[in-house]
Design a protein around this ligand. Structure first.
Ligand SMILES: N[C@@H](CCC(=O)N[C@@H](CS)C(=O)NCC(=O)O)C(=O)O
Length: 228
């Protein structure tokens, strides 16, 4: 199998955590795609994923699977023990519900803010966005508020639950963790006072698959091009 991704970016990080969690990270080939250079918007990549985003999993039979949730579901089921996406009907439903909230109310909201209300990934990607800067900025700013509300919501959830979707670490935790990672990069972290969320984040950061996931850091050239 191959994963088309880029170290340091939040959605690729979700799958790197899943691969480590499932003990698959040594068996997969990582193919780096230049997000800042807009390689993912070119025809060759769009043939793999028409949405033009990373990550994409390629199976040995040539099938391409995109969407981090779908990739996670596939990888999680390979060993017949899908603990990240749920084993019982109730576990599956709870994890699905919470991970969807984590995407809509945090990770994707941060992404929209970053890509539309800030310079985002830089000049090469601007050509693929609407030229109506003011509408984009307003939409991005609104999503920033959504993300801040999302952080408050997950803080409340975590005051009475050890993990986002119940008693065990799951895809929902991975999505919230990636959302907070992205919020740091986008400069909208505001979790001061969110004791439960911060304690959960510190705990999750110590889980070996999260702590040791390969290629967590941005590539130095990407950091330079992002202006860090
Ligand atoms: N819904 C997708 C989102 C993927 C996504 O937005 N990936 C980012 C990297 S973190 C990307 O490729 N961004 C490039 C762009 O928006 O042009 C998923 O779950 O995989």
């Amino acid at each position: 199998m191959k994963i088309f991704d880029r170290p340091g970016f939040p959605n690729p990080a979700r799958i790197r955590i899943v691969l480590a969690e499932k003990g698959l990270d040594q068996q997969i080939e990582f193919v780096s795609v230049d997000l800042i250079g807009a390689e993912h918007k070119q025809a060759e990549f769009l043939a793999k994923n028409p949405s033009g985003v990373l990550p994409v999993l390629q199976l040995d039979d040539g099938t391409y699977i995109s969407e981090s949730t779908a990739i996670t579901e596939y990888l999680d089921n390979l060993d017949g023990n899908p603990r990240l996406t749920g084993r019982t009907p109730k576990e599956k439903a709870m994890i699905h519900m919470m991970q969807r909230r984590a995407e809509a109310d945090l990770l994707d909201a941060v992404g929209i803010y970053f890509h539309h209300a800030t310079p985002g990934l830089g000049a090469a990607l601007q050509a693929f966005k609407s030229p109506d800067w003011e509408s984009r900025r307003q939409w991005g700013e609104r999503q920033r508020e959504v993300a801040l509300n999302g952080m408050r919501y997950f803080d409340t959830v975590l005051t009475s639950s050890p993990f986002v979707a119940g008693d065990t670490f799951s895809l929902a935790d991975i999505t919230v963790f990636a959302g907070l990672m992205f919020a740091d990069v986008a400069g909208i972290s505001s979790t001061d006072g969110y004791a439960a969320l911060n304690a959960w984040r510190a705990k999750v950061a110590e889980i070996p698959s999260v702590k040791n996931r390969s290629g967590q850091q941005f590539e130095p050239d990407d950091l330079r091009r992002l202006g860090f």
